[in-house]
Design a binder for this molecule. Structure first.
Ligand code: ADP
Ligand code: MG
Length: 447
């Protein structure tokens, strides 16, 4: 049966998505089967209910499709066995998970400050999170972290929770997504347990709500969130919020909530830089050394990945994990060819699409001329040459046709574009300044 559960999990990963999988399926521990009832251990009652309601059917059907002959799945709250983890990580003691009555989601033990790589794009957010994790007093309240997908918001929140619990095991730290908050709220309404709900949330010491943009447009949830928020701030309890954008940019968020959110410290996580991505990859490699002994990565592979997969750290990590798994399976060194082969789909999906508009902007900045001049009718050399450079780059770096490019340069004819492109091709061979300009621009546009 354990085996079947292994297979069923692999299928579930495909159908529920990585996020759901990580939050809800992965933490389940197979307990046993009797009379066709398959039981899993879960850390909290809340989690059991949630999984049962949202994924119960799916789990059952996946189990049956790999031949389990199960009638029902059940979830029982139990102290969970600590996850087997690579030795490097074992030295951190596990904070007690035994908090049955608290409403939060489990804290992921991989997301610590130790495993968080700090670079320019995230140093402020990291410093603020560290400060909150010291837990002396609510210095910034709330701490509002925002930034694009996969830049480390959830990681930092878990790290805060983890750190706080290590220092002060009795602290009531609650982490949950805004979606879970809403789910709890709706459930309490339905079961006429609003008093309990309010009491529960007002009794925590630190409340962290992830992806708060989720409650935009959901009026009664917002209302309740607002009251919870105020009650906690009044008691000087720390609140940490994350969202995918700044408070002022979340549509359909009540004004009073928006201004409340803005009155603490608002910090953003910037898109990762090449250096940060490389740092993250190196850290991961170091971390998994024990788990995949004999793993050899050829020079340049990490640099290649950091260069090519630039938007989302989650995808970057996923790529590395796939390489590890593949290489250890076939017992081969991870070479550039292997990486390109094994990651073709990811690399294709994260190919950066340069637009003609971006090229125009960069080129006009580079030559210090106005964008309107670059596109406009002026024909003096100081403008016409950069214009031809921009046309050349548009032809090289985008899939636009000559007439399409012409249209974007103030409605010029495709023959004009062609002439410009040829001219630059010619000049590249003769004029080292132009060659250098183009190289510089190309690199900036592709990074
Ligand atoms: P977000 O919540 O902002 O969408 P996550 O916190 O879930 O992003 O991060 C996505 C993945 O990338 C996680 O596995 C996380 O550990 C990893 N990650 C993101 N930023 C960093 C970083 N600076 N150092 C190490 N890992 C990171
Ligand atoms: Mg997140």
């Amino acid at each position: 049966m354990e085996n079947m559960w292994g297979q069923a999990r692999a299928e579930l990963l495909k159908t529920v998505g990585q996020n759901n999988y990580r939050n809800w399926i992965e933490p389940l521990e197979y307990d046993g089967v009797s009379d066709g009832v398959v039981t899993f251990r879960v850390p909290t009652q809340f989690m059991g209910n949630w999984v049962s309601r949202n994924f119960g059917e799916k789990i059952l059907s996946e189990l049956n499709s790999v031949g389990a002959a199960a009638k029902r799945v059940e979830f029982t709250v139990a102290k969970m066995a600590p996850k087997a983890r690579p030795a490097a990580e074992k030295k951190t003691a596990e904070p007690t998970r035994d908090e049955g009555d608290l409403p939060g989601a489990p804290i992921d033990s991989r997301f610590t400050f130790d495993s968080f790589v700090v670079g320019k794009p995230n140093e402020l957010a990291h410093a603020a999170a560290r400060r909150v994790a010291e837990g002396d007093s609510a210095t910034f309240n709330p701490l509002f972290l925002y930034g694009g997908v996969g830049l480390g918001k959830t990681h930092l929140m878990h790290a805060i929770a983890w750190d706080l619990k290590l220092r002060q095991p009795d602290l009531r730290v609650v982490y949950l997504s805004a979606e879970q908050f809403m789910y709890r709220f709706v459930q309490a309404l339905r079961d006429k347990q609003m008093m309990d709900f309010k009491q529960l949330f007002r009794s925590v010491d630190v409340l962290m709500v992830d992806d708060v943009q989720f409650i935009a447009g959901k009026e009664s949830t917002q209302e309740e969130f607002f009251h919870t928020f105020n009650a906690l701030v009044d008691q000087n309890k720390q609140i940490v919020i994350s969202a995918d954008r700044a408070p002022g940019e979340i549509k359909d968020l009540e004004e009073r909530i928006r201004s409340r959110l803005q009155c603490g410290l608002v910090v953003d996580l910037h898109p990762t830089s090449y250096e940060l991505r490389l740092g993250i990859l190196q850290k991961k490699v170091e971390f998994y050394r024990d788990k995949y002994p004999g793993l050899v990565i050829a020079d340049g592979v990490l640099e290649f990945l950091a260069h090519r997969i630039s938007t989302n750290v989650r995808v970057l990590e996923g790529a590395l994990m796939r390489l590890f798994a593949f290489a250890s399976l076939v017992g081969r060194e991870i070479t550039m060819e292997l990486a390109q082969d094994c990651l073709a789909d990811i690399l294709r999906a994260s190919e950066r699409k340069v637009t003609v508009e971006e090229i125009q902007r960069r080129v006009s900045e580079h030559y210090n001329i106005r964008l309107s001049d670059l596109i406009g009718p002026k024909r003096v050399r100081t403008i016409a040459r950069p214009r031809q450079v921009a046309m050349y780059l548009a032809k090289q770096l985008t899939s636009r046709s000559l007439p399409e490019i012409g249209r974007r340069f103030g409605g010029r004819d495709h023959t004009t574009v062609m002439h410009g492109v040829r001219k630059i091709e010619e000049l590249r061979g003769e004029d080292s300044q132009i060659a250098e300009d183009i190289e510089l621009l190309r690199r900036a546009l592709e990074s």
